[in-house]
Design a protein around this ligand. Structure first.
Ligand SMILES: Nc1nc2c(ncn2[C@@H]2O[C@H](COP(=O)(O)OP(=O)(O)O)[C@@H](O)[C@H]2O)c(=O)[nH]1
Ligand SMILES: [Mg+2]
Length: 226
């Protein structure tokens, strides 16, 4: 059976034990769960590894988790993932087993947002990724916290990654496209918001555009190409 690694960046998350328990119900036996946590007090979670993050941001936490993982298929999940989406882990694993390098969930029904600042951020990102980064309408939702990678693809993405903050998803997809990786896009229903966001939105409004400029510049300079 395919060995699966689950990488979850976490910051002041209250229900990590419950998440590990919910995950263990859908994971094949030899799997591993890795939390990369930036909280001041590192949580203890049964049946999971908890790695101390470098407090550089969510993207850096995902990179640390991927590089520490040993599975043949590596998932990146947000801690607030719901059970409907968690139940897709076997299907996403099969998509990777079938030859895809990346399998990504996309909430296609409408743009997701919690408040006006998030709406501005979401619309801005949607336009920026289509018009500026990819120059294509291929992706609807680059930001969904549910993605699976073949082990070698995950390591390549994490090694080439330059973005420590929230734009790392777009950087991963941009590197994947530039490298001709096979990407399966799977529509999923919107996820319910179960707690307040851990994202500092106002900071993102400044740092995200700069990160996207960096990603595009790296791409144009051939930094991501084979
Ligand atoms: N390690 C780490 N994880 C973070 C950080 N910021 C957010 N996260 C985690 O990233 C995931 C996505 O955050 P979330 O608040 O759900 O984002 P939203 O749904 O887009 O508002 C969650 O698992 C958070 O705990 C950070 O600075 N460091
Ligand atoms: Mg969330």
């Amino acid at each position: 059976m395919t060995k699966v690694s689950i990488v979850v960046p976490s910051y002041n998350e209250p229900l990590l034990d419950a998440l590990a328990e919910r995950l263990s119900r859908v994971l094949p036996p030899s799997s591993e769960i890795i939390f990369v946590d930036d909280s001041d007090v590192l949580p203890q979670v049964s049946n999971a590894r908890v790695i101390r993050g470098a407090k550089r941001g969510i993207g850096d936490a995902v990179r640390l988790g991927i590089l520490a993982s040993e599975g043949e298929v590596v998932f990146h999940l947000d801690a607030d993932v719901d059970d409907v989406t968690l139940a897709l882990i076997p299907a996403f694993t099969s998509l990777i087993d079938a030859g895809n390098d990346v399998a990504m969930a996309e909430r296609r029904e409408r743009l997701q947002y919690r408040n006006v600042a998030r709406l501005i951020l979401s619309v801005g990102l949607f336009v920026a990724q289509r018009v500026f980064v990819f120059q294509s309408a291929r992706f609807f939702d680059t930001q969904c916290g549910f993605k699976a990678f073949r082990r070698d693809a995950a390591r390549r993405l994490a090694t080439l990654q330059t973005v420590d903050g929230g734009m790392y998803d777009i950087e991963y997809l941009y590197i994947a496209v530039k490298n001709g990786m096979r990407i399966a896009q799977v529509p999923v229903p919107p996820m319910p918001e179960v707690r307040s966001s851990r994202i500092r939105v106002l900071r993102c409004l400044v740092t995200d555009p700069l990160a996207l400029l960096r990603v595009k510049w790296n791409g144009l300079r051939g930094k991501y190409s084979r």
